[in-house]
Ligand binder design. Sequence first.
Ligand code: FMN
Length: 307
Amino acid sequence: MFRHRFFSPISQIETISVSTSFDIYIYTIETGGIFRPNVFLSDQYKNGNIGRNLKDKGKSHMNETTELLKKHVSVRQFLDKKINEDQVKELILAAQSASSASFLQAYTIIGIEDDKLKGKIAELAGNQPFISEGSHFFVFCADLQRLHQLSQERNIDIQPMLEGVDAILAGAIDASLAAQNMTVAAESMGLGVCYIGGIRDAIVEISDLLELPEYVFPVFGLVVGYPKAKNELKPRIPMAGIYHIDKYNKDTDEISNEYEETTRRYYTNRIGNSSNKTWGDGTVNSFHRLSRMGMKDYLNKQGLAKK
Ligand SMILES: Cc1cc2nc3c(=O)[nH]c(=O)nc-3n(C[C@H](O)[C@H](O)[C@H](O)COP(=O)(O)O)c2cc1C
């Protein structure tokens, strides 16, 4: 922690506070307050990108929900404390309340309660031990099996649709919306989460362990638990790079360069695990390393993505 003087380009903001379950950081502009070195106020404001950590008291459209959303960070260190059954039910209900295209509800959530199984999945999913350290681990699966069964009972041939790529999109989208609802619900309860796409590294083995039937595949896992420590907020792409008006804006080089500078500063200054890389370096390298080339064969084996 060190002290830092900084100036806001937006004059009406006097105090910015960031609170986590563990710390409350108050940043006071006039006095120069406590400042976490990787949160760059000026960066957060470039190109209309209002920082996720800033409380703009003048704007009535901000509320508890949007403040919660903007404070999201993935949590990878958990206390040895279980969330209770009522909380789990509330999380599942929140997940189930998400929208669903054509009301297919084309997903299933598998809660992993067996510690040995959880440990095995943690190992298979890119060796990420914190999966076992969270209170709960949920595997979100795309699930077209129900639809398949209903169609058989009604003697309606939906095979061409089931085997099309759109069906896997429908399942993956439904699973994602449900998971994000669970994420927001968990964070609103003071819990922390981390998505685990790593389960797709060993999708065949994990599907076998979970005894997934045809027309079902795991999209990702979600670790949920009480945070022991929280990472700093990661700066996002400036808003103008993400939000285009009326047509796709291809002229975003300047924004990209600026974001590369911002993220180099973020990664260099971050507490623990610092490195001299940019967002571009990190994403291209990790995408390059992903070896999930067997996905089409796997999906075909599940009866999907044949068309
Ligand atoms: C679908 C998905 C899969 C992810 N898989 C992993 C994972 O396997 N391991 C991990 O540590 N983080 C994983 N993450 C978390 C991302 O790394 C994280 O969201 C991103 O770096 C942004 O950081 P933040 O969530 O702290 O803002 C995943 C996130 C998503 C949405």
